[in-house]
Design a protein around this ligand. Structure first.
Ligand code: FDA
Length: 396
């Protein structure tokens, strides 16, 4: 088989790879986008419950975890949420804000994949799926790839193979292996935006509460807080508040939940006791919290089985602190199987923040989730994929 030459080869036809490909294609570069999967953009298709939370109106660098917090600034500024929204609008895709600036398609996530493939088509990008990359090597004037479809050469090679989350969707450590091959540092990886599992004792305590959701403020030991919903599951705890805080949690640490955010519990107790002195604490609390949760906490003996007018000052103070500082030490997380992102990855010290090019390997680029950049839940991770893909696409 003859060697096929392209100016730019991008490995990984996910969010970052597609954006990089179309950007480079519009600059007149001859771009080949390779993927080992049968279908491109699979994570986009299943994201946001099938509606793709494609960006967030409130994108800001502080919403990203990275060993160098300044790294994301340049790329996010040069291709912002507003640039992506403009592209979505040009394609006539209807969208809405769900909550906290999170933008979702009205129709389906397929609209975003169709938009990106249409743009790639207009930009003259060649897309080739079902291609296994067997090896990568540096040449005098670029890179050479041995693949299941023969040998390819290019001037610029972009690694956009994502992280380790959801191996069922084709996640592989390919990008980390390539980085290591070129002696580029990879920071330890772990699952982020992931449900917690509980220690056996807590699992038994909260058995039967699966499906209950309530608004909370979750706080990690580092002090980071998120005000969102928490959900009891049959394995442990999930919901947006838990997924968010999981990215800031270290094994062995506790997480504190305010189960009654904004409520002055002592005041509430005074008022409701004055109104209905003989009301049981159980029925009173069931006006504030899911009834099944209140019943379980009573069964566990964590709340006094009293009427409101029987509560002492000390009882009220203890309840106040119980609900505002409900603490759990998770047993672990559900891991990459259900995680939305991978924390850690290619060390940003090794990359240019303007172009994503490896500082010691001209022509080699890393974009998207393979890089040690992870965003909050809510469209932040796709925005990083779009922004980093664009940054590399402008220069490859
Ligand atoms: P991505 O994983 O998208 O693409 C990598 C590509 O590389 C894939 O096409 C894969 O097949 C290919 N590849 C991997 N290994 C390869 C190999 N060895 N050879 C060739 N090709 C290879 N984010 C967000 O902002 N809003 C949301 O709504 C969601 N929702 C969501 C739901 C679920 C269930 C998950 C798991 C994740 C999300 N995310 C999200 C996160 C988001 O999907 C993620 O951050 C981006 O897809 C990352 O984009 P990348 O292009 O870097 O990787």
């Amino acid at each position: 088989m003859s060697v096929k030459q392209h100016q730019v080869i991008i490995i990984g036809a996910g969010a970052a790879g597609l954006m990089c490909a179309l950007t480079a294609g519009y600059r007149g570069r001859d771009v080949l986008l390779l993927d080992n999967a049968k279908q491109l953009g699979r994570k986009i298709l299943i994201s946001g419950g099938g509606r793709c939370n494609f960006t967030n109106q409130n994108i800001e660098p502080g919403a990203y975890l990275c060993s160098n917090p300044h790294f994301v600034k340049s790329a996010l500024a040069r291709f912002s949420q507003w640039d992506f929204i403009a592209m979505v609008e040009r394609h006539g895709i209807d969208y809405h804000e769900k909550t906290l600036g999170q933008l979702f398609c009205d129709g389906s996530a397929k609209d975003i994949v169709d938009m990106l493939t249409t743009e790639c088509d207009w930009a003259g990008v060649k897309i080739q799926l079902r291609t296994e990359i067997l090896s990568v090597a540096a040449t005098d004037d670029g890179y050479s790839l041995q693949t299941s479809e023969g040998e390819y050469r290019c001037e610029s090679l972009v690694i956009a193979t994502g992280g380790l989350s959801m191996p069922k969707l084709g996640a592989t450590p390919f990008g980390f292996r390539i980085a290591e091959q070129f002696a580029i540092k990879v920071l330890p990886t772990t699952a982020g935006l992931v449900p917690f599992t509980l220690q056996p004792e807590d699992k038994a305590r909260f058995e039967g509460l699966s499906g209950i959701s309530l608004p909370v403020i979750a706080q990690a030991e580092c002090g980071r807080q998120f005000r969102e919903a928490m959900l009891f599951t049959h394995r442990g705890l999930s919901g947006p508040a838990v997924l968010q805080i999981s990215s800031y949690w270290q094994p062995g640490q506790s997480v504190r939940f305010d189960l009654l955010p904004d409520l002055d519990f002592v005041d509430w107790c005074k008022t409701i006791t004055a109104e209905s002195p003989k009301l049981s604490l159980k029925n009173g609390l069931s006006r504030l919290l899911p009834k099944r949760l209140v019943e379980r906490l009573l069964e566990l003996g964590e709340l006094p089985n009293k009427n409101l007018n029987q509560l002492s000052k000390a009882d009220v103070a203890a309840l106040d602190s119980y609900f505002h500082c409900w603490q759990i030490q998770p047993g672990g997380t559900e891991g990459y199987r259900t995680a939305e992102v991978t924390l850690g990855g290619v060390d940003t010290d090794e990359l240019s923040s303007k172009t994503m090019e490896a500082k010691r390997h001209p022509g080699l680029y890393f974009i998207g989730e393979v890089v040690d950049v992870s965003g909050w839940l809510g469209g932040y991770n796709f925005q990083w994929a779009w922004s980093s893909g664009y940054a590399a696409g402008e220069v490859v």
